[in-house]
Design a protein. Sequence first.
Length: 103
Amino acid sequence: MAQAMRPMTTGSLFATDGKPHPLQDALLAVTLVLGTLAFVTSMFHSLHLLSSWAGLVGILTGAYGQFISVTTRERFGLILGLGLSGVGFYLGLAHGGLFGGVF
C-alpha cells in the first residue's frame, strides 16, 4: 500500500509543495485581474486605452510570473491571465492603440 505513505499536498490553493509563495501568488492575482480587465474593456471601442495598457502590463507581469513560478497551479493561472491580457491588448491596439491616435 504505497499510496498510504504519500504526503498530503492539496492543502493550499496555489502552493502544491506546501511552502508559501507570496510573490508568485501576488503576480498571479495581478495578472488575472489585469487580464480580466483588459479582456472585458476590449469589447468597448471607446475603452481602447484602458484595455491596451492593462493588457500590456498584464502580459509583462504574467511573463515575469512564469519566469519565477514554482508550481503547476501557478503556471496554469498565469497562462489564463496571459491569454486574457493578450486578447485585450491586441483588441485594444486594433481599436486605437496605446496612445489613442496622439502619436
